[in-house]
Design a protein around this ligand. Structure first.
Ligand SMILES: Nc1ncnc2c1ncn2[C@@H]1O[C@H](COP(=O)(O)OP(=O)(O)O)[C@@H](O)[C@H]1O
Ligand SMILES: N[C@@H](CCC(=O)OP(=O)(O)O)C(=O)O
Length: 514
């Protein structure tokens, strides 16, 4: 045998019970707030846990924060650095130490580790997304059987190309590797009804079936450890992203990594839609107020203490999930309500004809991801909601934009993340997320102006891969498919996009007629 690594028990792809497990370690799990030193004993225990998981046939990916924290330790900086350049420099100093530490700990059990540093840009389009997917899959498969250790490439990422927090990155990673489990290890035992550091009455939630409902039910003031960044807010976003991809997501205390094995071995109960699991769980736990039960599922889970977010009953396909949550939208097609109603129908195949397109914003090439934005008139006099408030009354019953809130998370210069701004996207679309393809009112909309009683509302309802470039789309918008050939001189598709992936909230108030 050559090299530092002794052969270790590797996972088997042929083992039907083999799971893919992503473990996210927050800075609070890596560095002690009191001693300001790496938590060596806990990291060692995590290494033993990974060894155990692999000997049970599972594949493991670690998403590890702590580069900036380790850099602070290295340079004896006690204050959270505010300047971007300083944070990027500290990340460069700390990442090296972090990976050296992991490499030396994992070599004691003969497991090779690989450093994977990502920015959003690295998964911005399908080819790059698939490339990252292949690399990770190759690393966790024979003959390498390695453990990738993923972090954001903080040293080079600039604001619009950042994930911003490793909770989101871990959910994206879980989607990339088609994970079964995502463990968000932190310094508390799970998700509580309030911040357990400041609220003595805060109660831990057990099984959560609906992340959006849980988000409503709890207070997630971002106050966290002095090293951590996102607090619970970003963990809930990660849970929403991951469960939509079919990944069971667990918030658990990083002090006892060995508990991860217990949760994996216990397995995931099917969601309540199947009935049986709810009965089993409900009978094994003590009482919980009825209203809480309805809202957030079950009483706290013990041995080990954790909060479990069940995967959605109908997870998105990997392709749709990546279009909605991972790829970077390069622009937007503005469509009318008729077009939206057609693509929202189950039998439409999600294909968008040029006839329903009223505007084209941004610059894109074929097969790049784009936003689909519905333009509609709304009454000025009738109070209405934007359709983005989770849990809003479902009067319009058109599926739309549940997760839009996440795109409205802003990161300021100091790296602080503010809560999602769930706001009306009426004519003022400046609240749309900053991107090169910022959506402005179309010339037609601007020309038409606003009536006395109505105004324009623009809402992102989904995303898709473009069949035509933005320049081609501009030329064929509003026409019949049969006219594409005469207009462009060729017609590679009757549709502007195939396989539209829609968000899942609801357009509550009906629009006034056009
Ligand atoms: N509702 C809540 N439930 C649990 N923890 C919460 C809640 N609201 C805020 N927090 C805070 O979130 C912190 C964990 O987030 P953070 O410090 O960013 O950890 P990490 O570094 O592990 O990502 C906890 O220490 C806790 O103080
Ligand atoms: N990428 C950064 C960590 C960002 C982050 O989300 O931190 P945390 O909230 O501790 O998981 C680093 O390595 O320092």
């Amino acid at each position: 045998m050559t090299g530092a690594h002794a052969p270790a028990a590797g996972p088997s792809h042929t083992n039907p019970t083999s799971k893919t497990i992503v473990i996210k370690l927050g800075t609070s799990s890596i560095i002690s707030e009191s001693t300001q030193l790496p938590k060596i004993a806990i990291l060692s225990s995590l290494v033993e846990t990974c060894h155990k998981l692999r000997s049970l046939g599972h594949r493991v990916v670690i998403v590890c924060s702590g580069a900036i924290g380790m850099g602070r330790i290295r340079m004896s900086i006690t204050e959270r650095p505010k300047a971007l350049g300083e944070r990027q420099a500290l990340a460069a100093l700390g990442q090296l130490r972090l990976i050296a530490l992991w490499d030396s700990l994992f070599s004691t059990v003969g497991i090779p580790v690989a450093q994977v540093l990502l920015t959003r840009n690295d998964i911005a389009d399908r080819p790059r997304y698939n490339n990252a997917r292949t690399t990770l899959d190759t690393l966790i498969s024979p003959p390498f059987d390695a453990i990738p250790i993923v972090n954001e490439n903080d040293t080079v990422s600039v604001s619009e190309l950042r994930f911003g927090d490793n909770d989101t990155l871990s959910a994206i990673t879980a989607g990339l590797v088609d994970a079964d489990f995502l463990f968000l290890c932190t310094d508390v035992d799970g998700l509580y009804t309030g911040n357990p550091r400041s609220d003595p009455n805060a109660r831990r939630l057990g099984v959560v079936e609906d992340v959006a409902a849980a988000r409503k039910a709890v207070s997630v003031a971002t106050m966290g450890s002095s090293f951590g960044t996102g607090g619970m807010q970003t963990k809930l976003i990660a849970a929403e992203l991951a469960t939509a991809a079919g990944v069971a997501t667990v918030i658990i205390n990083g002090e006892h990594p060995e508990n991860i094995v217990k949760v994996v071995e216990r397995g995931i109960p099917p969601s309540s839609s199947t009935g049986a699991a709810k009965m089993d769980l409900a009978s094994s736990v003590s009482s919980l107020a009825e209203e809480k039960k309805a809202l957030i599922g079950y009483p706290p889970l013990e041995d080990p203490a954790h909060t479990l977010f069940l995967p959605t009953a109908n997870p998105l396909s990997s392709r749709k999930w990546s279009i909605l949550h991972a790829l970077h939208p390069a622009g937007a097609l503005i469509i009318d309500e008729g077009a939206f109603n057609r693509i929202a129908r189950a039998d439409s195949g999600g294909r968008l004809l040029p006839a329903g397109v009223v505007g084209v914003e941004g610059n894109w090439e074929r097969m790049q991801a784009i936003r689909l934005v519905v333009r509609r008139r709304i009454s000025k006099s009738v109070p209405h909601t934007s359709g983005l408030e989770e849990g809003a009354p479902l009067s319009g019953s058109i599926p739309i934009a549940r997760s839009l809130g996440q795109y409205l998370l802003r990161t300021d210069e100091a790296g602080t993340r503010t809560p999602p701004v769930i706001d009306s996207l009426r004519k003022d679309v400046s609240v749309l997320p900053p991107s090169p393809a910022r959506v402005e009112p179309t010339p037609e909309a601007a020309q038409a102006g606003e009536g006395e009683d109505w105004e324009w509302q623009l809402i992102e309802v989904g995303r898709a891969l473009a069949n035509y470039t933005s320049i081609e789309s501009e030329r064929i918008k509003g026409i019949k498919s049969s006219q594409i050939s005469a207009t462009l001189g060729y017609a590679d598709s009757d549709y502007l996009t195939d396989q539209v992936a829609l968000h899942t909230l609801v357009l509550p108030s009906p629009s006034v007629s056009d």
